[in-house]
Write a protein that binds this ligand. Structure first.
Ligand SMILES: NC(=O)c1ccc[n+]([C@@H]2O[C@H](COP(=O)([O-])OP(=O)(O)OC[C@H]3O[C@@H](n4cnc5c(N)ncnc54)[C@H](O)[C@@H]3O)[C@@H](O)[C@H]2O)c1
Ligand SMILES: O=P(O)(O)OC[C@H](O)CO
Length: 331
């Protein structure tokens, strides 16, 4: 039986682990928090990150990485991106040679300005990992309720990509393979910034026109950086670009959109993140991408304004005003 090790017991890792266990695969989920391991074993629920969802009773959960990783055919990682490198380096000896790493996380590492493909390659260098990235419009809260969802699977090796696609697909979770892993991973990371921007606009009650403009111009900006970093423009029109962008700019289940909504309504970033155990990847990724855009000399006006609101205390209203009064240009 295909065995999958899932590393990361937040809402997404728990959702994917539960889904694949229910599909009949041998799934082992590594969770950092002992109280969550105990709770899932006792009640079948991860009430901190995935409340109200009964997990498949065959799902194995553990805090012991050896127990989770030994003998696995695939390693699915759903660890917040700023912790990814340290987490993988900490268990690198437990991976076999040429492990298949399926990344489910969306962000750009702030310390190095690198995407997850590079973080995985560098942290497991001696093991020569094979990388795939799953990304697209997929709220854990909806997938865990088996609502119809479609995502992209980026993998340079097309034969492996098709295999991973088949392993991850179910009758309600449809996976499309795409050899442009760079575009797929950047789409998922960059949309988080635009979700914050759309949240800010809606928090300020700037209306539907403004949000539609942010989504459309946000996509242009995402593709511009994505292509400069080696992704294909067409990928940004797909599920991991346009699809996830629309979802998180309009869907209130998005944590990134929620950060923006609260900023728009007058809260400070410190007040918003204080006490939250959930991750809004867009905050750190805005900082990473702001630096990356400067380094690559790519124009990213929406990212620029989100950066100034998040990290330079700019009034969100002034940020929107500054976007509207830039020099006029051809579309
Ligand atoms: N939740 C979703 O709907 C969803 C969907 C698609 C992709 N993702 C991506 O999945 C990744 C994981 O997010 P999530 O939503 O499952 O997380 P979450 O917000 O539900 O939970 C937070 C996670 O962070 C972990 N964590 C906290 N501090 C840590 C540390 N110091 N080192 C290592 N881990 C630490 C916690 O153990 C927990 O697993 C993110 O990159 C996110 O963008 C999430
Ligand atoms: O809650 P968010 O904003 O992290 O979005 C979750 C997923 O990325 C949606 O596809």
């Amino acid at each position: 039986m295909t065995r999958i090790a899932v590393l990361g017991g937040g809402s997404w890792g728990t959702t994917l682990a539960g889904m694949l266990s229910e599909k009949g695969l041998d799934v082992r989920l590594w969770i950092r928090e002992k109280e969550l391991v105990d709770e899932i074993r006792k009640t079948g629920e991860n009430s901190l990150f995935l409340p109200g969802i009964k997990l498949d009773s065959r799902l194995n959960v553990s805090q012991d990485q050896f127990e989770v990783m030994q003998g696995a055919d695939y390693f699915l990682v759903a660890i917040p991106t700023q912790f990814m490198r340290k987490a993988l380096e900490g268990v690198k000896d437990l991976f076999p040679e040429n492990p298949v790493i399926i990344c489910a996380s969306k962000g750009v590492e702030l310390a190095t300005l690198k995407p997850m493909s590079a973080v995985v390659q560098e942290s497991l260098q001696e093991k020569k990992p094979r990388y795939a990235i799953i990304s697209g419009p997929s709220f854990a809260g909806e997938v865990s309720r088996k609502l119809p969802t479609a995502v992209s699977l980026g993998c340079r090796d097309q034969e492996l990509g098709r295999r991973v696609r088949d392993v991850l697909s179910t009758d309600f979770f449809r996976v499309y393979d795409n050899p442009d892993y760079k575009g797929v991973e950047l789409g998922g990371a960059l949309k988080n910034i635009m979700a914050i921007a759309a949240g800010i606009s809606d928090g300020l009650e700037f209306g539907h026109d403004a949000r539609a403009a942010l989504i459309t111009r946000g996509l242009v900006e995402m593709a511009r950086l994505g292509v400069a970093l080696g992704g294909r423009e067409r990928t940004f029109m797909g599920l991991s670009g346009m699809g996830d962008l629309v979802l998180t700019c309009t869907g209130d289940l998005s944590r990134n959109r929620q950060v923006g909504l609260k900023l728009g309504r007058g809260m400070t970033l410190d007040e918003i993140v204080e006490g939250s155990r959930m991750v809004a990847e867009g905050v750190k990724t805005t900082e990473s991408v702001w630096h990356l855009a400067r380094k690559m000399r790519v124009d990213m006006p929406i990212t620029e304004q989100v950066y100034q609101v998040l990290f330079q205390g700019k009034d969100p209203r002034t940020g929107v005003q500054d976007l509207m009064t830039r020099d006029l240009k051809m579309e």
